[in-house]
Design a protein around this ligand. Structure first.
Ligand SMILES: [Zn+2]
Ligand SMILES: [Zn+2]
Length: 336
């Protein structure tokens, strides 16, 4: 089959690789759509990951079902999450594979869905393989994973309707976070980002006001919009020192900062300010596929305005360049 293979920093080539073999507990999915993720871009920029086949945000049709799999039929339209427990750690030895402390992930430690076919080694309906209701397109299906991160993160902040939230960093995770906050009835959502296309998207997603961080002082703009009180909670999706400092500055006493963006460099967490303002820093990494499939099904959250580019598998290298460089790109997807 064809797959997009990483050969070194920023060197992705579409080439022929062996077809996946279905494990007894696994399924093979013919990939329809696969998103390029921000997490992929961090690895893509580094050396030392040769042979990686990215792709953990995907949808497709099941074409092969392992002998020991129950409750999943060939032909099912689905999205999936792929993990492979180590089999050796404390948890694995107790049979609690889902808690494995050395879990290998699809799209990083073993091949992902930027390929014609992808193998999900442990296929459990409702746990790792999720059938798509007919209301969801394949593009929606490939959006479930990033949306589920936004959903999980926002819920870590336990939002209340009368609160003011700021979302910093308007990649797809931040933009979905705005939609989820809106759906939860949060009174006021301020959004800060740098690209005009994403600021426009933030408006469409339901942000009450948007701050162009390339032109305005984000902190001053948020303080002005909150009568110098600051916000209850910041969803920090940008992941750098500048935005973290802004988040600390704009969160009112007793408020929360949800840490969603991935920090590439060591962070000064501003202990003096965090402690004196009684702030809570909340690490956020997790998802909830069934909940967001429901949000997509009933139309509460929409993917349409956020998926901006499609590329065939042969142009996977172009897809990555576009995701990084094109100012109009929000979510780039590959259609094998
Ligand atoms: Zn992702
Ligand atoms: Zn383990």
């Amino acid at each position: 089959m064809k797959a997009a293979v990483l050969h070194g920093a920023k060197d992705i080539r579409t080439e022929t690789v062996p077809d996946p073999v279905c494990a007894p507990h696994g399924v093979i999915i013919k990939v329809n759509t696969c998103g390029v993720c921000g997490s992929d871009l961090h690895v893509y920029k580094e050396d030392g990951h040769d042979g990686t086949i990215f792709g953990h945000e995907f949808s497709g049709d099941i074409v092969e079902v392992g002998a020991d799999v129950q409750g999943i039929a060939k032909g099912t339209r689905c999205t999936a999450v792929g993990f492979s427990p180590c089999g050796k750690c404390y948890w694995c030895k107790q049979g609690k594979m889902h808690r494995c402390s050395a879990m290998a992930l699809l799209g990083y430690q073993f091949p992902g869905a930027m390929a014609e076919y992808v193998h999900v080694p442990f296929a459990i309906p409702g746990r790792s393989v999720f059938p798509l209701p007919e209301e969801l397109t394949y593009e929606d299906g490939a959006s479930v994973e990033p949306l589920s991160i936004s959903y999980f993160s926002v819920n870590r902040g336990q939002p209340k309707a009368n609160e003011i939230f700021a979302v910093i960093g308007l990649g797809v995770i931040g933009l979905y976070a705005i939609q989820v906050l809106k759906a939860m009835g949060v009174e006021k959502i301020l959004a800060a980002g740098r690209r005009p296309s994403r600021l426009a998207a933030a408006k469409l997603c339901g942000a009450d006001s948007v701050i162009d961080a390339a032109k305005e002082d984000t902190l001053a703009a948020v303080m002005e919009a909150t009568r110098q009180l600051g916000v209850n909670t910041v969803v920090e999706c940008a992941g750098n020192q500048v935005t973290f400092d802004q988040a600390v500055g704009m969160t009112r006493g007793g408020g929360k900062i949800l840490l969603v963006g991935i920090y590439e460099e060591a962070l000064n967490w501003q202990p003096l300010s965090v402690i004196s303002k009684n702030l809570t820093l909340v690490g956020c990494l997790g998802g909830n596929f069934p909940a967001v499939i429901e949000l997509l099904k009933n139309g509460t959250v929409k993917t349409k305005n956020l998926i901006t580019h499609f590329f065939p598998l042969d142009q996977a290298a172009e897809a990555f360049k576009t995701q990084i460089q094109d100012p109009t790109a929000i979510k780039v997807m590959i259609k094998p």
